[in-house]
Design a protein around this ligand. Structure first.
Ligand code: SF4
Ligand code: SF4
Length: 291
């Protein structure tokens, strides 16, 4: 079985200033040394992964907050996806980088992109450029989804995006959970017409004691090589440099009260996201009826 590796480094940096995000560029400033250190730690991880050829893995790179704008990260994705035992590399990105130049340099069959649109960060010209990038991904056969945060202010942009994107491109809407009982029933209904899986996302799952495949089918890898079940459970279960891909032998109950978002929900046995998303679980593309 291919192990899903959720990976992020300690770098917290983004080029955008989305007000709904704690990692926006207004809040977080990073010294140039931090990028050099990040590149060095990243290289060390890739070299170690290259040497662990016995176990097939897929990477799901989930930054805090944008990596692919950085050339050394694009190079890292290229190098990871060139490894025979790395089956796929999925990356969350706002696409604010040169997609057309990157695609010819990477194995497009292994690349997958969870792309996001942030209306406050992209003017009309920028939105046209985004559509050109999505079309380039489509033409190249790259798996990708498009997402938007479901704030009230974003709902008109959500509708416009759905009208403009090809019907076969899945548009998901991330539930805004910072304020309890945020949505009216009309708003909820409106979002469901765009994203039929919105309700799956719009939940805080009571996970304590519930079986979860995080740790057995998937692990969270940090830039020290430490392996944990997921982003939310702090206990280290092994280290990549010392132990290789150390995992738990079977799905295990969750030790914390609640599980909040897609990157956690995707592992919960009861929620069974595999049935909805199949092999495109990391890139968040639901199966079609004919799959
Ligand atoms: S693009 Fe994503 S990571 Fe960057 S500020 Fe906006 S929400 Fe946060
Ligand atoms: S239920 Fe969520 S928080 Fe608990 S172990 Fe699974 S992924 Fe982690």
């Amino acid at each position: 079985m291919t192990l899903m590796v959720l990976f992020r480094t300690r770098l917290e940096w983004c080029n955008y200033t989305c007000h709904y995000c704690p990692w926006n560029a207004n809040e977080i400033r990073v010294e140039s040394d931090a990028f050099r250190d990040d590149e060095a730690r990243l290289n060390r991880i890739i070299e170690r992964v290259a040497g662990l050829s016995q176990r097939p893995v897929e990477f799901f790179i989930t930054p805090k907050a944008e990596y692919l704008v950085l050339p050394y990260w694009r190079d890292a994705v290229r190098r990871l996806s060139a490894l025979p035992h790395v089956r796929r590399v999925t990356v969350q990105t706002n696409l604010a980088w040169d997609v057309a130049s990157f695609l010819p340099t990477v194995d497009v069959n292994k690349l997958a992109l969870w792309t996001t649109y942030h209306p406050t960060e992209v003017d009309a010209f920028g939105l046209e450029a985004l559509h050109v990038k999505w079309e380039a991904l489509r033409s190249a056969g790259v798996r990708f989804s498009v997402g938007i945060v479901g704030t009230r202010d974003n709902l008109d942009a959500m509708d416009a995006l759905r009208r403009r994107l090809p019907p076969d491109v899945y548009l998901w809407v991330n539930a805004y959970k910072r304020e309890g009982a945020y949505y009216t029933s009309h708003e909820r209904q409106r979002i469901r017409t765009i994203d039929p899986y919105f309700d799956l996302n719009d939940q805080i799952f009571p996970s304590l004691g519930q079986p979860c495949t995080a740790g057995s089918h998937a692990v969270y890898l940090d830039d020290e090589g430490d392996l944990r079940r997921c982003f939310f459970v702090g206990k280290v279960i092994g280290n990549l440099f010392r132990d290789g891909w150390q995992t738990l032998p079977a799905p295990t109950s969750c030790p914390i009260a609640t599980c909040h978002c897609y990157v956690g929900h995707m592992h919960v046995v009861e929620l069974d996201f595999r049935a909805v998303y199949g092999d495109n679980l990391a890139v968040r593309i639901p199966r079609r009826a004919e799959d």
